[in-house]
Design a protein around this ligand. Structure first.
Ligand SMILES: Nc1ncnc2c1ncn2[C@@H]1O[C@H](COP(=O)(O)OP(=O)(O)OP(=O)(O)O)[C@@H](O)[C@H]1O
Ligand SMILES: [Mg+2]
Length: 238
């Protein structure tokens, strides 16, 4: 059991070689997130937010520094170990939902649970997936395919899928980017509620400062550099 930070990224560099020339995407990024902390990242388009999320998810590799998640150094893992790490550590919510179109809401969520917990029986998978959908207010939409759901409903399925296995980390890349403001606020409310109830840490990228302000801490990415910009509250006198 890891009792330290869920994310401990130190001096992370990420660069790619494009047409024989280095492109520096992240420079000396450090980020520490404690279990059950909710963190938002804002910043201009192209500043490196999604790139950082990909490194934290173990979907890309840092070119410098250390990315440790849930106590494990991702740089020291091979591809199989990274795949196992992802299955047992984190869920991801994407801007464009990324649901499987041929599967019902129940099966989209059930599939994610089967991947995280292959030893569960079919009945348990269905029961837990149905409960996760009920928790996001979709208990009466279990058999709907994504095309038969509104954008906000699809994103709530995405949220149920990312949380059904009760993993310690939730990564969200502009989860409200394809939703109107009101629907987006509902989805973020749900996401924060679920996270607090399950003690899941959240890293959410958003362009909306009002949504970011609801996180415990806010960071700004500018040209590959990350700085904390949490509004300072007045010191509490003891
Ligand atoms: N695979 C890649 N090949 C080339 N350039 C890339 C690659 N991935 C990212 N980049 C570049 O890295 C920079 C950061 O991209 P990233 O997607 O992380 O930005 P972002 O902050 O998420 O932007 P947005 O708000 O538009 O989603 C951009 O200039 C992008 O073009
Ligand atoms: Mg992005």
């Amino acid at each position: 059991m890891n009792s330290g930070p869920i994310i401990d990224a130190r001096d992370v560099d990420y660069s790619l070689e494009i047409a024989g020339r280095p492109l520096h995407i992240l420079r000396k990024v450090s980020l520490t997130v404690l279990p059950s902390e909710v963190v938002a990242i804002v910043g201009p388009s192209g500043s490196g937010k999604t790139s950082l999320l990909m490194l934290l998810a173990g979907l890309e590799r840092a070119t410098g520094g250390v990315v440790a998640v849930n106590g494990s150094d991702l740089g020291a893992m091979n591809e199989d170990e990274l795949a196992r790490f992802r299955r047992h550590t984190l869920g991801i919510v994407f801007q464009s939902f990324h649901l499987i179109p041929s599967l019902t809401a129940l099966d989209n969520v059930g599939l994610a649970l089967e991947i995280a917990e292959p030893n569960l029986g079919m009945a348990q998978v269905r029961e837990k997936a149905a409960a996760a959908l009920a928790a996001v207010g979709l208990g009466d939409r279990l058999d709907h395919r994504p095309t038969a759901l509104s954008g906000g409903e699809q994103q709530r399925v995405g949220l149920a899928r990312a949380t059904v296995a009760n993993l310690p980390l939730l990564l969200a890349d502009e989860p409200t980017g394809n939703l109107d403001q009101k629907t987006g606020a509902v989805v973020v409310d749900l996401m924060f509620d679920l996270a607090r109830r399950n003690r899941t840490a959240v890293v959410m990228i958003t362009h909306d400062p009002a949504l970011a302000a609801r996180a415990d801490r806010v960071f700004t990415m500018t040209q590959g550099q990350l700085t904390e910009t949490t509004a300072k509250t007045a010191p509490v006198s003891l």
